[in-house]
Design a protein around this ligand. Sequence first.
Ligand SMILES: [Zn+2]
Length: 118
Amino acid sequence: MNWFNSFLRRARARLDRWLHPPYRTLMAQEALPKKLRRKTIYIVEEDGFEEQAAMLCPCGCRRVLHMNLLPDERPCWRLTRHEDGTASLHPSVWRKKDCGSHFWFRRGRVEWCRETDR
Ligand SMILES: [Zn+2]
C-alpha cells in the first residue's frame, strides 16, 4: 500500500497549496503602490539594488511592515528568492509595538513564533 500512501501525501500537499497559496512576490520600482494587496510581498528596487521588502501585517491589523534589505543599515533582512517564485526573509519579523506580530517568512509562508516572552 506504499503507492497509496504516497498518493495520499501528494494529494494532501496539493490540496494544502490550493487552500493556502503562498505569498506572491512582486517587484516594485522605486516606490511601493499606495495600496498593498494581501498575501503579497513587495520588493522595492532602486538602481538595481533591493532596497526594502514590504507586506501587510499577516495578523490582519492592516499595517504595512517594512523590512530594510540594504546591508549597511540596521536592522537588515536578507531576502532569498526561490525557483518557484516565492521568497524567504531572514531573520524573523517582529513588530514590537502595536499588534506584536512575530513570525518567520519562509518560501512565501508565514510561520508564527510562539510568544514566550510576553
Ligand atoms: Zn499586525
